[in-house]
Design a protein around this ligand. Sequence first.
Ligand SMILES: NC(=O)c1ccc[n+]([C@@H]2O[C@H](COP(=O)([O-])OP(=O)(O)OC[C@H]3O[C@@H](n4cnc5c(N)ncnc54)[C@H](OP(=O)(O)O)[C@@H]3O)[C@@H](O)[C@H]2O)c1
Length: 335
Amino acid sequence: MRAGEKIKTVRISIVGFGHVGSGVAEVVMRKHDEILRKHGLDLRIVGIADLKGAIIDEGGLSRDEIARFGADGALLDMSSLELIREIEHEVMVEATPTNVTNGEPGLTHIITALNSNRHVVTSNKGPLALEYRKLMELAERKGRELRFEATVGGAMPLISLIRENLAGNGITAIRGILNGTCNYILTRMTNENLPYEHVLREAQEIGIAESDPSKDVEGIDTAVKLVILANSVFGMDATYRDVRVQGITEITPDALKLARDAGYAIKLIGDVDIDGRLEVAPRLVPVSDPLNVGGTLNVATIRADLAGDITVIGKGAGPIEAASAILSDIIAIYS
Ligand SMILES: NC(=O)c1ccc[n+]([C@@H]2O[C@H](COP(=O)([O-])OP(=O)(O)OC[C@H]3O[C@@H](n4cnc5c(N)ncnc54)[C@H](OP(=O)(O)O)[C@@H]3O)[C@@H](O)[C@H]2O)c1
């Protein structure tokens, strides 16, 4: 913060208080003083809502009040939409479950927040995969920002890296691993010569795969993220139904071994380019390629006309990792 600059109070609501929502509350509390010092922003969480109810404090909720959310039955009988509309605040963080059938409940939350003159920062992919253009037009009409770094690659900076650090470059393609669950399964199948079902079961036991893993292993999650990149970076008007998708369920240890013997890894790769290519499929990746990362890591190579290829690697999921992207979006609104 420069001398003479005024402190700005930024009141935040969090809608959807699961892993990501509570991660956002945690990092806002943990980083409050540092952000005040460095950026002159006094971040305060003034309302939290999920299906159970809401808590509000227009002066800013305390760490204790947030920690007790839902635990002591002291929730207000106030819906998320009422909170978004009625509580005075600047930024609504949307962290409800992704739904790629109709985008709800996130779509209505985002529209309501923009119509109520709030900025929106979301980790929820569904609304953007279905109604990207409509939402961006609404944000522009309202003079508000809609930011969504957490929707693609979790903590890995991709959208803001392209927009801000690669400004002036033409981006011709983005290619990468955008789903940590699939990467974990393929990495273990390769390294330990294990069948798909075995690794999937163990991944479910340790919480890396969900009990219904279909969105991840069938490539739908990667497709949805690709659509967000297609629309935000390449100006397309795509929905996830436009993506050719093949998942990892048919990959065998034999196929992985054959590939490895020839100097390749098999990875679930999302591809989007300036000519409108939108594909998710298992691909051969040379073992020396920067895209050949293991475990739950995500990675993306951005092809830029001036900068050439830039590859970013990072943690694609996790509450604090997603909250990192959300926090950087909130700060960016005021930079
Ligand atoms: N987890 C990650 O690492 C990660 C990373 C990047 C992006 N994301 C995305 O971020 C979003 C949140 O993920 P998560 O892992 O935090 O999910 P989660 O743990 O399942 O939490 C979802 C929260 O939303 C609430 N909710 C559901 N329907 C609601 C409604 N109609 N109104 C208000 N609240 C509602 C749930 O409330 P109840 O508990 O009362 O049902 C719960 O508090 C998802 O869209 C996900 O795809 C997640």
